[in-house]
Design a protein around this ligand. Sequence first.
Ligand SMILES: NC(=O)c1ccc[n+]([C@@H]2O[C@H](COP(=O)([O-])OP(=O)(O)OC[C@H]3O[C@@H](n4cnc5c(N)ncnc54)[C@H](OP(=O)(O)O)[C@@H]3O)[C@@H](O)[C@H]2O)c1
Length: 231
Amino acid sequence: MDSLREGYAAVVLGASGALGRAFLLHLQADPRCSSVIGLSRSTDPALALEDESSMVRCAARLRQHAPVHLVVDATGALTIDGSGPEKRLEELDPVRLLRAMEINATGPLLAMKHLLPLLARNERVIWAKMSARVGSIEDNRKGGWYGYRASKAALNMLLQSAAIEIARQRPLAVVVALQPGTVRSRLSQPFVGDEGLSPEESARRLLDVMDRLSPHGRAHFVDHLGNSIPW
Ligand SMILES: NC(=O)c1ccc[n+]([C@@H]2O[C@H](COP(=O)([O-])OP(=O)(O)OC[C@H]3O[C@@H](n4cnc5c(N)ncnc54)[C@H](OP(=O)(O)O)[C@@H]3O)[C@@H](O)[C@H]2O)c1
């Protein structure tokens, strides 16, 4: 990451996932990155999106590692508690809809609430969250995937509000909602099989895109090619 200061510190959330692992490997290989910590449900401390106290423990652990210059949040789920995305209204289930919100929208913002104080001030920092193009309200032409789409749209709104607030104290901060492309992973496998980008290629492209984003007091919503997506 050439845009961050020499010796920058990074954190990857969801480091056990396909994209999370790929980000971790790229950052470990970057000579300009002095340290990168990966957190997930299987690390110690663990990060669970349903459990705010796990975020408090992670923030305490990361304090030795602060100031942090880059947070990549690669958590998220499409199949939740064994149920895939809904195709029709008749499949809607209130508990499942709320679980999608918890994992894809509110959990990630609570993680931001606890980790944000660790970000450096007065220098460039980046908070990057994996969103999805299907969370774009304007881009929705096919319908379906109610819970996943709605939770990513909610995530985008939460990130936008956070970006505006963060810019007041950290005017050099970049907050970005990212569309990684269709990427081979546990999440995408039931829907696209082995089609799609490798997680390594997607993460490489996304890091390159992040490197080129300017702080502008609001969140960006961009894909792995650097193209803006309508909210
Ligand atoms: N793959 C694609 O084609 C694609 C397309 C658009 C957007 N995205 C987005 O990219 C992100 C990463 O997806 P991926 O393809 O890398 O999927 P993945 O391999 O399934 O990774 C998902 C990650 O999220 C974590 N996670 C899920 N539920 C969690 C919870 N309740 N608490 C804490 N961590 C939780 C998983 O942890 P465990 O290992 O513990 O389960 C894993 O680290 C997601 O936000 C997804 O929506 C992916």
